[in-house]
Design a protein around this ligand. Structure first.
Ligand code: HAM
Length: 415
């Protein structure tokens, strides 16, 4: 028998309602902020990501799913930001409406060692706003992410933010780190010794105890930041304060992708264990230019859907779909019942029934398994009286309703 590829998952029908709920809620929240959906291909040129994320980024060095043939080198996209900038430029959107707000939902691929919350195919829900350097857009982006977490019923998350400064500031940061870390190399882990050569900024967020101790002893603070970048960051924190979003400034938050400049942020949740990032993002003011476009600012974020599902309240919430399940008891009721089903469906109500003549108890169990929201019970008694019994599976209450009233009553309940 064939098995799925390690690090991938089948999303089976019993789970799909959570995914649909996550996606519908995201679409609603994004549209409130006037973000428009964009869908880009899952395969892209490999060079798009090495150029955007940086040759020495972990994703590019170790995690790309390469598809090679004689002439081309493609990859399964490891993230959405670079693809969206490519699409924005390729379709000349920068010339039509320079400031554009996009959102996206879709699978991403990284060749990682699978573990809890870390897969080879996972899904992003993300947003990118291209064409503005204003701190107000950073604030909006973080507020959307926060609104999404609240809409999903995620509790107990925290938000860390930092600023990396502009490209010049990042160079100063590299210089300062080189100077301060030079004499402390022996205390760093093997990976950070490597990072010292090509990716020194990442030493700041190494999780190993020895490296954390050394990083804690550095005296860099915000010395690498220019006046403009300091001001930009102050505007961001002031905006978050005004929007009543809780956050913590962490100078160790640096992110693993080269394209970031200025604001970076990460939402964490302890319940996730080792892979504790629910989502992350930041500003990337030079990426559009690096990919051949004009010098315009941009900012975005992405959540991992699988991780949202691990900590969201969607499962606990007994999320029932809007299915109405009809239980007909006896031959005459079954005949009438088929007509009633037809009526419901033609009025746009999703309806199902038991075709196996189950007992009332067994049919109720089936209705429950199918996560029906409402159950209709029709037997000889009810036929006599021209009524049906309507049971709400959420609160267990039931009532008798006149047959001609069925559609209206159900519609009221499904709102
Ligand atoms: P990222 O931090 O690489 O950022 O990914 C964002 C989120 O995707 C992570 O916080 C995590 O929840 C989820 N994620 C990442 N890798 C995996 C995996 N292997 N399995 C399951 N979930 C995973 C980005 O990709 C940036 N493009 C975000 C961004 C958008 N920055 C600006 N705009």
């Amino acid at each position: 028998m064939f098995k799925k590829v390690p690090g991938t998952r089948d999303i089976l029908p019993e789970e799909i309602s959570y995914w649909q709920k996550i996606e519908t809620t995201a679409r609603k929240v994004f549209s409130l902020y006037n973000y428009k959906e964009i869908r880009t291909p899952v395969i892209e040129e490999a060079a798009l990501f090495s150029r955007s994320l940086g040759e020495f980024a972990e994703i590019v060095k170790k995690q790309m799913f390469l598809i090679k043939n004689k002439e081309d080198s493609y990859v399964l996209r490891p993230e959405g930001t670079a693809s969206i900038v490519r699409a924005y430029l390729e379709s000349n959107l920068d010339k039509i409406r320079r400031f554009s707000k996009f959102y996206y939902i879709g699978p991403m691929f990284r060749l990682e060692r699978p573990q809890k919350g870390r897969q080879r195919q996972f899904h992003h829900i993300g947003a990118e706003a291209l064409g503005s350097s204003s701190a107000g857009v950073d604030v909006e982006m973080i507020m959307i992410a926060d609104a999404l977490l609240k809409a999903y019923g995620v509790a107990g998350y925290s938000l860390k933010i930092n600023t990396l400064g502009c490209a010049k500031d990042k160079k100063s940061l590299v210089g300062l780190l080189r100077k301060e870390l030079k004499g402390k190399l022996t205390g760093l882990c093997q990976e950070c010794k490597e990072r010292f050569k090509h990716n020194i900024i990442r030493i700041l967020d190494c999780k190993k105890d020895g490296c954390r101790k050394i990083v804690g002893s550095l005296s860099i603070q915000d010395k690498y930041l220019c006046g403009d970048c300091k001001e930009h960051f102050q505007q961001v924190t002031r905006g978050l304060d005004a929007g009543e979003v809780s956050y913590e400034v962490s100078r160790q938050l640096v992110r693993g992708l080269d394209y970031y400049t200025r604001t970076v942020f990460e939402f964490k949740h302890e319940g996730l264990g080792a892979q504790d990032a629910l989502g992350a993002g930041g500003r990337y003011d030079n990426l559009v230019k690096d990919l051949g476009g004009p010098q315009i600012g941009a900012v975005g974020f992405a959540f991992g859907v699988e991780r949202l599902l691990l900590v969201g309240d969607l499962k606990k919430n007994e999320l029932r779909n809007s299915l109405v399940f009809l239980i007909s008891l006896g031959d005459r009721a079954r005949e009438k019942g088929l007509k009633l089903l037809d009526r419901l469906r033609s009025c746009g109500i999703a309806a199902d029934t038991d075709y196996e003549n189950r007992s009332l108890k067994a049919a109720m169990r089936l209705a429950n398994d199918l996560q029906s929201k409402l159950v209709l019970i029709l037997g000889d008694n009810e036929l006599e009286k021209n009524i049906v019994i309507l049971k709400d599976m959420g609160n267990g209450q039931q009532e008798e309703i006149a047959t001609r009233e069925v559609v209206n009553k159900i519609k009221e309940r499904l709102i």
